[in-house]
Design a protein around this ligand. Structure first.
Ligand SMILES: *[C@@H]1O[C@H](CO)[C@@H](O)[C@H](O)[C@H]1NC(C)=O
Ligand SMILES: *[C@@H]1O[C@H](CO)[C@@H](O)[C@H](O)[C@H]1NC(C)=O
Ligand SMILES: *[C@@H]1O[C@H](CO)[C@@H](O)[C@H](O)[C@H]1NC(C)=O
Ligand SMILES: *[C@@H]1O[C@H](CO)[C@@H](O)[C@H](O)[C@H]1NC(C)=O
Ligand SMILES: *[C@@H]1O[C@H](CO)[C@@H](O)[C@H](O)[C@H]1NC(C)=O
Length: 242
């Protein structure tokens, strides 16, 4: 009986860990479910363009054609917020190149236009060069687009970004929060229904497992009690006979 219960618990445990394992990259990655999907994994819903994630060395990554791969640090499904990290540790390199116009994403922040300048000489204080975009022979700055371009600089691009470079805001993941919107409301509703359905079926499985377990326990207890009363009756009989 004890062995049976042990095996049963093992089964429940395996089943549950299998369900949750399928929705993460590695052990510490963010949970992945609708509208996201791990590319190449068994399809739970029709994959939505832009929402495909990749597992690379236990890291969750997302590919942007305009930039390349970014690491997914976390996903908040209720606030529709995906927090990314640049593997090259250069948020301003991402801001300069990332073009979200053909993706379901936009920045989670209020944006402002800044011009990236590429200068052959350093510019005076308070301007500070973006270290990860600069080298000894050139210096890259983010400036207000209204500022006239100095003679030693080329204007690289004017882009709407969360903030200008500041040495005080040099956290590698700062600013790399995006939010998403879904394009096909009908398809999505069906998919949400399906996700709800899959949660429901998972809950039913877990619920019925617990139910069977409780019943097994009750059976065990009742057998013990019956055994004990039988022993008692036997003892009583022996006492009466003697
Ligand atoms: C990924 O995680 C698993 C389990 O934690 C570990 O066995 C494996 O070595 C990891 N792979 C890499 C490439 O880090
Ligand atoms: C982003 O891509 C779209 C479409 O390819 C293009 O029209 C737009 O100019 C690009 N934006 C920037 C800032 O490069
Ligand atoms: C940035 O500049 C472009 C072109 O002048 C303009 O269309 C856009 O609205 C501006 N974006 C912001 C956030 O100010
Ligand atoms: C700045 O210019 C240098 C060469 O002058 C070039 O190698 C570098 O890629 C440029 N950087 C940017 C961000 O445009
Ligand atoms: C989703 O489920 C709700 C109720 O559960 C239903 O009214 C709705 O029609 C469903 N949508 C689709 C697209 O199946």
């Amino acid at each position: 009986m004890g062995a049976f219960i042990f095996l049963f618990l093992l089964c429940v445990f395996c089943f549950q860990s299998k369900v949750t394992y399928a929705t993460r990259c590695g052990d510490a990655g963010p949970e992945i479910h609708y509208p996201y999907q791990i590319k190449g994994q068994q399809q739970q819903h029709k994959s939505l363009p832009g929402f495909e994630l990749l597992c690379k060395d236990n890291l969750t990554t997302i590919h942007f054609p305009s930039y390349g791969d970014l690491v997914v640090k976390s996903i908040s499904y209720d606030t529709k917020n995906i927090h990314l990290l640049d593997p090259k540790n250069c948020a301003h390199h991402v801001f300069l190149n990332l073009n979200l116009s053909l993706t379901p994403f936009h920045y989670f922040y209020v944006l402002k236009n800044y011009t990236y300048l590429n200068c052959s000489t350093t510019l005076p204080h308070p301007l500070v060069e973006v270290p990860c975009l600069s080298a000894s022979s050139y210096h890259v700055y983010t400036v207000d687009p209204a500022v006239p371009v100095p003679g030693s600089c080329d204007g690289v691009k004017t882009v709407a970004i969360p903030f200008a470079y500041s040495p005080y805001l040099s956290d590698k993941s700062l600013g790399l929060r995006l939010t998403w919107h879904l394009r096909e409301p009908l398809d999505n509703e069906a998919a949400v229904n399906r996700t709800r359905g899959s949660y429901k079926s998972r809950n039913i499985v877990i619920g019925s497992s617990i139910c069977v377990f409780v019943m097994a326990m009750l059976l065990l207890i009742s057998m013990k009690v019956r055994g004990a009363t039988r022993n008692l009756h036997q003892k009583e009989g022996q006492l009466l006979q003697s």
